[in-house]
Each structure stands twice: as structure tokens, then as C-alpha cells.
Design a protein around this ligand. Structure first.
Ligand code: SF4
Length: 476
């Protein structure tokens, strides 16, 4: 089907750039993996679905990070009349999950031959009609409630054009290609948990090795085997399963301020369309061509050159400087969204940390490398990146083909993106770290820059209302 017809069928009037991008993508996926970079609000999902239709490449898996995004993709599929299914992993679908809790994945992976639900699968003939009213994993779970068959593995029997599944969904499906939504997460898949949890897990597994040995060694595999042994013996460790799942497949594991950080790197599993608003590092690492839609709206960002959270410079004086900045912003704005690392955030005066009510007012801090810093829209009048969010220097991201500067650029774009998802959002953007001066080259596709050299100068700009992107844009 040509893309014009595809959009028309859904009652949509495509923008010329959407049609062009769909045609280009359709041609390129014929020859291998490809990236699609377009700003928020462009209609990336519909464009990619049109490209897949044009290339006649259904069925596909569509990997997403959260259920909200899965829902959004399924709404577009429904609009276009494309049969879809929202799948889930064992932790949601396994009927034995109340017994095995965090260990469910390990029990299933290594001991499923002992599972009656799994054995039942091979005994039953399940027709296509059985799945007719099944659109997501909850429907499936309800449907099989009384027939004692494994719903997780049953997902591979479903016949749909689009399978919307979580990033780490491991069940092989019979598809022609993959789409990875918000694909920048593949490069910076960063998760953290308290060090105490790791100690608990080691105690449960009766492993005496020092914590450092588990970090960055093959001991993770030994620990996994130990967990399977305990499960076979009828034991049910409480935290070991979830801790080991987090550590498994990690490229880098490091400790920082009582927290264990895990950085994973997920290479593509075959022919893939990577979709995101920021694809630069990923495209470089995977050496893929990218169809790029230029950013229509390029807001102005202030770079505050008297501030830095660089480890050796972040002292009591600097902490006061950051708090003076927040104080000044409080005088001018009702809702101030601040992104900071955990290390920095504990020194900043805030009303809310990592969450606030819908109608919040004041200062809300979100961790710049935290889960809440992505995928949600948070309206605010000012958005501040309090310190360039560098990973520690001993995390050698160069080994996966990117630089520390690039990781900061990606995190910054995503953080600010939370506050400017809608065209009407026009907050003051503040990059509060002098190191952004040298990062301009990585960010200039997304922002214009104004360097501000002290708090008084910023105060003057704010008083004269010379901060709005609309006003400043005229200068460029
Ligand atoms: S086979 Fe299915 S029911 Fe059995 S443990 Fe695995 S996920 Fe659970």
C-alpha cells in the first residue's frame, strides 16, 4: 500500500515530510537496519508503520520501555486497522510468580521442565480463534486462567501484525523486523539499586566473596547457578533473583555513594528500525544510516559559566551558588524543574524529589539519570540541568564506541525534552555548568545558546523578561 493511501485509510492527512520519510525508510529497510530521528510530536509511530506497510514487512515486534508507550503505539495500530498484541515477560504472566516472586525468570529459564503449565503446552492444540478477543497480556492471562497452560509461552502462538513488547522481552516471535522505540535507551540503559540489596543477595546465596568481586567479574554467573541450585532445593531467596537480573548482561557495574549502578548495552537482534529524537551516538556505534527530520523548534538555552558540579570544584561555595540560582528562579517562576544527579541533588533546596502531585508548585528535582527523567511530560516554567551529568571517569564508555561528552549530550536532550514536549511549552532552559560551553557542538542541532556569566546578569535578563525563547529566538 502506498503511504498516501495508508494515511488516508486512517482518516489522517499526512504532512509532506511524513510521506517522504516513510518512503525513504521503506527503501532503506530493504537493505538492513536504519535509524529514524524526528522531534517529539512529529508522528513518528504512524510514519514508521506507513514505511513498514510500504515495504510489506509486517509482522514486526515493536520494543518499548513502558506500558504507557505500548498503549500509545497500540492506539495508533487500532486507528490504522493493524492487528496488534501487547506482550509481557514472565514476571507479569507466569502463573507461578506468586510462589517464585523475584526468582520466576530463573526458575523458568533453567527448570521449566518441572513446570506443569509448560508441559501442558505441548499437549494442547490451540486454534487461531482462541486468540480473537485477546489484545494484550492481561486478556491472555484471564483467558487461560482455568486451563493451566503457560500464558508466557502461549504468546508465540498469536498471529498479529504488530507485537508490542518490553525491551527485554526474550521470547522468539516469528517476525520480519524489529522497531525499537526511544532507541537512545539502548545506548544508555542505566539502572541503579542500593548497595545494601546486593549484600542481602550475596548473603541469601551464601556467597562470601567481597562485593567488588561480584562487580565486574564472572561471579555473576556463579551467583546465578547458585540461585538455581537453591530453587531446586525448594528455597526461595527474597532479593537475589531481582538483583541478579539487574546485573546480568551488564557492560559496566560500579558503586557510587552507596548505590550500585549498572550500564547495559543492547546490540540489535536483526534488521531493526531505531526510532528516537536523538540517535547520534547509537547511529555511530551501530554504523547505521539515519533518516533525519530537522528540529523545527530550536529553543534558546542559557549556559551559566560560573557554575560547575565537577567533582573537585563542587564545594560549599559552589553549593551556595547553585542554591542562590534556585532562589532567584523561585522569585520569578512558580514551577521549576531541576535535573541533577543523586550526588548533587541532596545539596539543593527543593520541595519535591523524584515525584510531585499534578498541581505542584515550587522546585521539583528529578535525577538526571533516573527513570522518571524520561518518557513523561512535566510542564514547568523553568527547566534547569544542575550540573552536566557525566558518568564517573572509570566507566569506560569509550569501549562501546561513545564518549563521555556524548553521553552527557544525550541525557541533557532527553531531560529537557520532558519539559518541552508540547508546542505550547516554552520554559526557560538553563544549563547550569560551565562544561556545557565545550558541549555546544553536540547540542547545537537542538538549542541556540546564550552564555550568562554571573547571577546578576541572569537577574537582569529575567527582570527584563529577556529569557523567553520566543524573545531570544528573534536574535538568531
Ligand atoms: S513455563 Fe510458563 S508457567 Fe512455567 S515457569 Fe515458565 S513462565 Fe511460568
Amino acid at each position: 500500500m502506498n503511504p498516501e493511501e495508508f494515511f488516508r485509510k486512517a482518516g489522517l492527512k499526512p504532512r509532506p515530510l511524513q510521506l517522504e520519510a516513510a518512503k525513504q525508510l521503506a527503501e532503506m529497510i530493504d537493505t538492513g537496519s536504519v535509524g529514524f530521528q524526528a522531534p517529539t510530536g512529529f508522528g513518528k509511530t504512524i510514519t514508521v508503520l506507513a514505511a513498514i506497510s510500504l515495504a510489506d514487512a509486517f509482522p514486526v515486534t515493536w520494543r518499548v520501555r513502558t506500558f504507557d508507550i505500548a498503549k500509545r503505539v497500540s492506539d495508533d495500530c487500532a486507528l490504522l486497522g493493524l492487528p496488534f498484541f501487547i506482550g509481557a515477560g514472565r514476571e507479569k504472566l507466569c502463573p507461578l510468580k506468586t510462589e517464585y516472586k523475584n526468582n520466576t525468570v530463573y526458575f523458568c529459564r533453567y527448570l521449566k521442565h518441572k513446570c506443569s503449565f509448560f508441559r501442558e503446552l505441548s499437549k494442547r492444540v490451540i486454534s487461531r480463534e482462541f486468540f480473537e478477543d485477546v489484545f494484550n497480556y492481561e486478556d491472555l492471562s484471564n483467558k487461560v486462567e482455568h486451563i493451566e497452560v503457560c500464558p508466557y509461552y502461549l504468546q508465540s502462538f498469536i498471529d498479529r501484525k504488530v507485537f508490542i513488547v518490553p525491551y527485554r522481552f526474550g521470547l522468539p516471535l516469528n517476525v520480519n523486523l524489529e522497531v525499537v522505540d526511544e532507541a537512545h535507551n539502548l545506548v544508555l540503559d542505566l539502572q541503579s539499586f542500593p548497595e545494601e540489596k546486593l549484600r542481602e543477595a550475596l548473603a541469601e546465596l551464601d556467597l562470601k566473596e567481597p562485593i567488588e568481586d561480584l562487580i565486574g567479574s564472572t561471579l555473576v554467573e556463579t551467583a546465578q547457578m547458585r540461585l538455581v541450585e537453591l530453587l531446586e532445593m525448594g528455597r526461595r531467596p527474597l532479593v537475589a533473583g531481582s538483583v541478579l537480573s539487574l546485573l546480568q548482561g551488564a557492560k559496566f557495574i560500579w558503586r557510587e555513594e552507596g548505590v550500585v549502578n549498572v550500564l547495559k548495552f543492547n546490540p540489535p537482534r536483526g534488521r531493526t528500525i531505531f526510532v528516537s529524537a536523538t540517535l547520534e551516538p547509537l547511529a555511530k556505534i551501530f554504523k547505521i544510516p539515519v533518516v533525519k527530520i530537522p528540529v523545527e523548534r530550536k529553543p534558546v538555552a542559557f549556559i551559566l559559566s560560573w557554575l560547575t558540579t565537577r567533582f573537585r570544584d563542587f564545594d560549599a561555595y559552589m553549593i551556595k551558588q547553585y542554591n542562590d540560582l534556585i532562589f532567584l528562579l523561585r522569585k520569578n517562576f512558580e514551577r521549576i524543574l531541576v535535573f541533577a544527579t543523586k550526588r548533587i541533588s541532596r545539596h539543593l533546596g527543593a520541595d519535591f524529589v523524584e515525584g510531585a502531585p499534578q498541581d505542584w508548585k515550587g522546585v521539583l528535582i528529578l535525577y538526571s539519570r533516573g527513570r522518571k527523567s524520561e518518557g513523561v511530560n512535566i510542564e514547568s516554567e523553568a527547566v534547569v540541568i544542575a550540573g552536566a551529568p557525566y558518568l564517573p571517569p572509570y566507566v569506560h564508555v569509550e569501549r562501546i564506541g561513545i564518549t563521555h561528552d556524548e553521553t552527557v549530550a544525550v541525557i541533557t536532550i532527553q531531560n529537557i525534552g520532558r519539559a518541552i514536549r508540547q508546542p505550547e511549552n516554552n520554559p526557560l532552559i538553563v544549563l547550569a555548568d560551565e562544561r556545557y560551553l565545550k558541549l555546544k557542538q553536540f547540542l547545537s542541532d537542538y538549542f541556540h545558546f546564550v552564555e550568562v556569566n554571573d547571577l546578576q546578569e541572569l537577574d537582569r535578563l529575567l527582570k527584563r523578561k529577556q529569557y523567553s525563547s520566543e524573545v531570544l529566538r528573534e536574535k538568531f
